[in-house]
Ligand binder design. Structure first.
Ligand code: SAM
Length: 274
């Protein structure tokens, strides 16, 4: 997908699914009881001025403000930014590839579930390096993959059913892959961020638990971008297949397991002269 086609897609998706990401992700927890937003907030403890890149509806901006940071958000979805403004967050409409901020304007940058979706990622990294102060921290929450190994949980099942559905629909109902593959590995991120002036990436993986009722796990898995271009008939057939197969995964307490791995990646801009 071209850059502008992808950005048009994001605007359209988020206009029809306001606050889609925070509604889903605020409900998950790692084994220590933290959501992926809280894990990201905790990564940059102590930083003063913080940029939340691709802030969506501002859920993380609220957490950052409550923790005492001066947080500013940027996103290209005017729908989600309107929701962020209702939270009294400071937000700017714009593109990550061309940040409307002065050099060294921030002590830290964060981005939750967005960096791996962006086009021209080398340009985004260069812009982040420019707007962070020397030694400023960048921390990212990136989507991990469940893979195809059957772990008896809902996301793997959904992935299998989605692949089956996509193999049967016309090409125009299939979303082209979003983002840059290198963002999916530590080595790839080192390549992107190193070239932009960041030091080596610290990387860890956390499993976030979104287990719940059948309706709750469907709500989670069906929020993916890939469902948006599907016809109503194909979506409905996928839902029927999921509702048929997922109950067999339920634990004795009736909850259906759903595990979403995330990567937490952190680095700092390298001081000039180092
Ligand atoms: C999955 S949502 C995550 C939103 C928010 N960070 C959260 O986790 O609640 C991805 C966000 O990235 C934004 N986005 C994608 N490409 C962008 C770009 N080039 N510049 C700014 N925002 C972008 C979308 O508009 C969308 O709000």
């Amino acid at each position: 997908m071209t850059r502008s086609a992808q950005e048009t897609f994001f605007r359209a998706f988020h206009a029809s699914h306001p606050a889609a990401t925070s509604r889903i992700f605020s409900g998950g927890q790692n084994t220590g009881g933290r959501s992926s937003y809280e894990l990201l907030r905790d990564e940059i403890a102590g930083a003063g001025r913080v940029l939340d890149l691709a802030c969506g509806d501002g859920f993380l901006l609220d957490l950052l403000a409550a923790a005492g940071h001066q947080a500013v958000g940027l996103d290209l979805s005017s729908t989600d930014l309107a929701l962020a403004k209702q939270r009294s967050a400071t937000v700017v409409e714009g593109r990550a590839q061309q940040l409307p901020f002065a050099d060294h304007a921030f002590d830290a940058g964060v981005s939750h579930m967005a960096f791996m979706l962006m086009t021209d990622i080398d340009q985004v990294a260069a812009e982040l390096a420019r707007v962070l102060r020397p030694g400023g921290q960048l921390s990212l929450v990136l989507s991990g993959t469940s893979g195809t190994a059957d772990r008896g949980e809902a996301r793997t099942l959904f992935g299998k059913l989605l692949r089956e559905t996509l193999s049967e629909v016309p090409a125009e109902q299939r979303l082209s892959p979003l983002g840059d593959k290198r963002t999916r590995t530590r080595a790839g991120l080192d390549e992107i961020l190193g070239a932009a002036g960041f030091g080596p990436v610290q990387w860890r993986t956390e499993e976030i638990d979104f287990s719940g009722s059948l309706d709750q796990v469907w709500d989670f898995v069906s929020s993916v971008y890939n469902l948006f271009p599907l016809s109503a008939a194909a979506s409905s057939a996928l839902k029927t297949a999921f509702y048929t197969e997922a109950p067999a995964l339920a634990r004795p307490d009736g909850r259906i397991p759903l595990v979403f791995p995330i990567h937490l990646a952190s680095t700092r801009t390298v001081h000039k002269g180092q």
